[in-house]
Design a protein around this ligand. Structure first.
Ligand code: FE2
Length: 246
């Protein structure tokens, strides 16, 4: 019996796709500048978004808030922290990235029909986006989001966090672990099987964006360094299509 020269066909037919890309310098600057401006405002409590989020963080702000909801509990218009021009840049780039996600899913055969490819104008950002200032010892437990798709964008990831995961420089608690995880995000899905995993961890890099299905569980591990890790998240909803374009 020959034990060489065989052809192997493989399939990985189940599970969600996580797409990683980068944001433009322009978007990075807008998100960081406006986030920091909110943070320095006397009225920053109005932007406090923590009651809507899972994070165990001391500072998470929405890029906008609804005055009337805060004052009398009624639905009202949202006050957006971006200027008109900034808002246009944020919307245009993020909707394009989210639409790219749906195209990649089709190209990678994660979806079967071209109808599953969404155009940017068919996707709506659920405002406000929010910014997370994560400090030493803070964490984000397992959670998922609302809507169709979600993203997380990294605005600042100090090198000290990565060094905690380096066995040469890491703290005593991380030196010998087989799962270095300080400051990492982990996505989880399904059950662990033999030769198959149910979670994937990523070490974020500045200006990276991860796009994923909103219902995909994920969590963020704490770090020990006295630094700040800054990320932004938002959700996308699908607008009703007047007619199919394919
Ligand atoms: Fe999240």
């Amino acid at each position: 019996m020959s034990i060489s020269g065989r052809e192997f066909n493989w399939r990985k037919p189940f599970g969600p796709l996580i797409v990683q890309s980068t944001i433009s310098d322009e978007l990075h600057e807008i998100l960081l500048t406006v986030g920091n401006r909110i943070r320095s405002k006397k009225s920053k409590e109005d932007y406090d978004y923590r009651e809507r989020l899972a994070g165990n963080l001391s500072e998470e702000y929405g890029y906008g808030y609804d005055r009337k909801i805060i004052k009398d509990g009624k639905t009202a218009d949202l006050k957006i922290a971006f200027s008109k021009k900034q808002f246009h840049i944020v919307e245009e780039e993020l909707r394009w990235l989210a639409a790219s996600y749906t195209r990649i899913c089709y190209e990678q055969k994660n979806t079967d029909s071209k109808k599953d490819i969404w155009k940017p104008e068919e996707l709506k950002i659920a405002h406000p986006l929010w910014i997370n200032y994560m400090k030493q010892g803070e964490w984000n437990p397992v959670h998922n989001h609302t809507g169709l798709l979600s993203c997380v964008i990294y605005l600042q990831v100090p090198p000290e966090i990565g060094e905690e995961n380096d066995k040469r420089f890491g703290t005593e608690s991380s030196k010998k672990t087989n799962t270095p995880s300080a400051g990492k995000i982990e996505f989880s899905f399904g059950s662990h099987t033999e030769f198959g995993k149910s979670g994937i961890m990523y070490t974020p890099q500045e200006k990276q964006i991860y796009i994923f299905p909103a219902k995909l569980n994920h969590h963020v591990y704490p770090f020990k360094s006295k630094v700040e890790r800054i990320s932004v998240s938002c959700n996308f909803e699908a607008l009703l299509r007047k007619k199919r374009y394919v």
